[in-house]
Design a protein around this ligand. Structure first.
Ligand code: MLT
Length: 205
């Protein structure tokens, strides 16, 4: 996959996953704000929709091509693993940071794999798949950034996703803003505070 890797000063790797029409440069400043010392692996989605990179195909806005989603979910996990070998980072210490379409594939990874991510920061995710046996996410910490005026991701879907992740034993926190689908400064700050808090707790465990 098209990507960039930035070596950090500690053994944690942020996996950055952009929204539709974005690329591997989009979330670099967000990643740096969340953890300036971590490695960064930022990936460009494999699928092109009218010239716009995405992480999986869709049939219409909000209607996903599940076959493509599942295939790309496995591709992304394989890619992270092979990058771990290439760049010598610990695949057990990966923190996903995804926005919109990137958050949706991160959710799909969480649904499929038990230990793919130590933590996940999901900005404006949806429920990308239903009727799936969820992986056991005990020990996985998830932050969800959501907007009350987000028409792509209505409140009931945020609740459904939270429920699903809880039922898979993840530790989930949801942060609400009054905004729509855009990535807001408030939620990035909240994610940063959440990340520091959870990293500290992890250290003390
Ligand atoms: C998706 O296709 O993943 C969602 O509709 C969000 C987006 O447009 O990227």
């Amino acid at each position: 996959m098209e990507h960039l890797f930035i070596q950090g000063k500690k053994d944690v790797t942020l996996l950055l996953l952009h929204g539709t029409g974005g690329n591997e440069h989009d979330l670099l400043s967000v990643g740096k704000q969340i953890d300036p010392d971590a490695n960064i692996l930022s990936v460009r989605g494999n699928v092109i929709e009218y010239g716009m990179p995405r992480f999986f195909k869709r049939k219409a806005i909000g209607v996903f091509d599940e076959e493509s989603l599942v295939e790309e979910t496995h591709n992304l996990c394989d890619f992270v693993r092979s990058s771990g070998t290439k760049y010598k980072f610990d695949c057990k210490k990966v923190v996903a940071i995804g926005y919109s379409n990137g958050a949706n594939i991160a959710v799909s990874v969480l649904f499929h794999y038990e230990q793919a991510f130590q933590k996940a920061i999901l900005f404006h995710p949806m429920v990308p798949l239903r009727n799936i046996d969820l992986a056991n996410l005990k020990g996985t910490k998830v932050f969800i950034g959501a907007g009350k005026a987000d028409r792509m991701m209505p409140e009931h879907e945020v609740e459904e996703l939270t429920q699903m992740l809880h039922s898979a034993n993840a530790d989930v926190e949801v942060f609400w803003t009054e905004y729509g689908h855009q990535l807001s400064r408030e939620e990035i700050k909240a994610a940063q505070a959440w990340y520091q808090n959870k990293s500290q707790a992890h250290f003390e465990e």
